[in-house]
Ligand binder design. Structure first.
Ligand code: NAD
Ligand code: UDP
Ligand code: UDP
Length: 299
């Protein structure tokens, strides 16, 4: 159908002073780890009305229990691979399992979430003239050959590996964002999130920070996946949420890296957790999974 170069004109009512100061904000994946912290922060502003759409694959109502029943809050059980017809001013498109064990569990569903889910949210943004932010990932750099990673690096990604449903899925999601921006004038924001940790991480979702801490608390050995020299840079979740909100309300489309530049090897991380939580536990080297990036740090 017809290609429009201009953004859709917002209705006079939505453009009025009333709607400029009062925002209706959709957060897909808002029942998850990062999404629920974002909900907490957005709900602090009395002018915001917050709608969460989540299929509860990895998220839970528990993360949102303090808001359920609040007059400015609404929770919808919804899968983003299906169309969604609502009226909003902002869309934080966060929905997607983030832990390798969950995104590899049903890879076809993961890629549908990234591709069809993002397409639907862009269709929604286009229909109502909303600004949309995608939570992309440092995984778009794959096993990077440039270190640290700058946003203009195109990455080194295996298109047919076991992680591809996630990293290639996010790459297509970024492409869709820019195509809707160029073709339909949609206002977009893209955040490339680096490893994030904090309260409400799922205790058994397999991510390294939660794994090591849970293992140490149980008095079990810490499982460092070989070789242990691979690095990650970990950002605390409240800083991440700050970055996402600033990106949404700022003037830059991105893509922009959001993360903490402090870089650690997985062996160093295990030693730190051991020292702080349970000095008597052992550190074991175990087999790794394919395509594990060897280094990662935002620039
Ligand atoms: P999470 O698994 O805790 O949250 C994801 C949420 O999305 C869950 O509530 C889940 O139920 C929901 N969801 C998944 N598929 C859905 C679907 N088809 N329809 C509706 N809801 C769906 O993960 P998280 O750590 O909070 O990550 C949030 C976002 O940030 C993801 O997009 C992820 O790719 C990105 N990200 C996270 C990290 C990190 O370190 N946590 C790093 C890079 C990128
Ligand atoms: N869509 C949606 N909510 C809306 C508008 C669109 O979920 O409010 C979905 C729609 O079902 C479609 C996708 O977004 O699958 C892309 O919509 P767009 O209008 O850009 O494309 P088209 O429908 O013309 O293919
Ligand atoms: N890792 C580890 N032990 C674990 C879980 C993960 O050594 O019990 C390593 C993994 O090989 C990777 C790093 O920790 O190098 C980060 O893994 P995670 O799954 O947390 O995130 P991602 O690979 O998506 O960065």
């Amino acid at each position: 159908h017809a290609v429009t170069k201009q953004p859709p004109t917002p209705s006079p009512l939505r453009n009025s002073k009333f709607f400029q100061s009062n925002m209706r904000i959709l957060i897909t994946g808002g029942a998850g780890f990062i999404g629920s912290h974002l909900v907490d922060r957005l709900m602090e502003n009395e002018k915001n009305e917050v709608i969460v759409a989540d299929n509860f694959f990895t998220g839970s109502k528990d993360n949102l229990k303090k808001w359920i029943g609040h007059p400015r809050f609404e929770l919808i059980r919804h899968d983003v691979t299906e169309p969604l017809l609502i009226e909003v001013d902002r869309i934080y498109h966060v929905a997607c399992p983030a832990s390798p064990i969950f995104y590899k569990y049903n890879p076809v569903k993961t890629i549908k979430t990234n591709v069809i889910g993002t397409l639907n949210m862009l269709g929604l943004a286009k229909r109502v003239g909303a600004r949309i932010l995608l939570t992309s990932t440092s995984e778009v750099y794959g096993d990077p050959l440039v270190h640290p990673q700058t946003e203009d690096y195109w990455g080194n990604v295996n298109p047919i590996g076991v992680r591809s449903c996630y990293d290639e899925g996010k790459r297509v999601a970024e492409t869709l964002m820019f195509d809707y921006h160029r073709q339909h004038g949609i206002e977009i924001r893209i955040a490339r999130i680096f490893n994030t940790y904090g309260p409400r991480m799922n205790i058994d979702d397999g991510r390294v920070v939660s794994n090591f801490i849970a293992q140490a608390l149980r008095g079990e050995s810490l499982t460092v996946q070989a070789p242990g020299t691979q690095t990650r840079s970990f950002c605390f979740v409240s800083d991440m949420v700050d970055g996402l909100m600033r990106l949404m309300e700022g003037d830059h489309t991105g893509p922009i890296n959001i993360g903490n530049p402090g870089e650690f090897t997985m062996t160093e991380l295990a030693e730190t957790v051991k020292e702080l939580v349970a000095p008597d536990v052992k550190i074991l080297t175990v087999e790794n999974t394919p395509d594990d990036p060897r280094q990662r740090k935002p620039a």
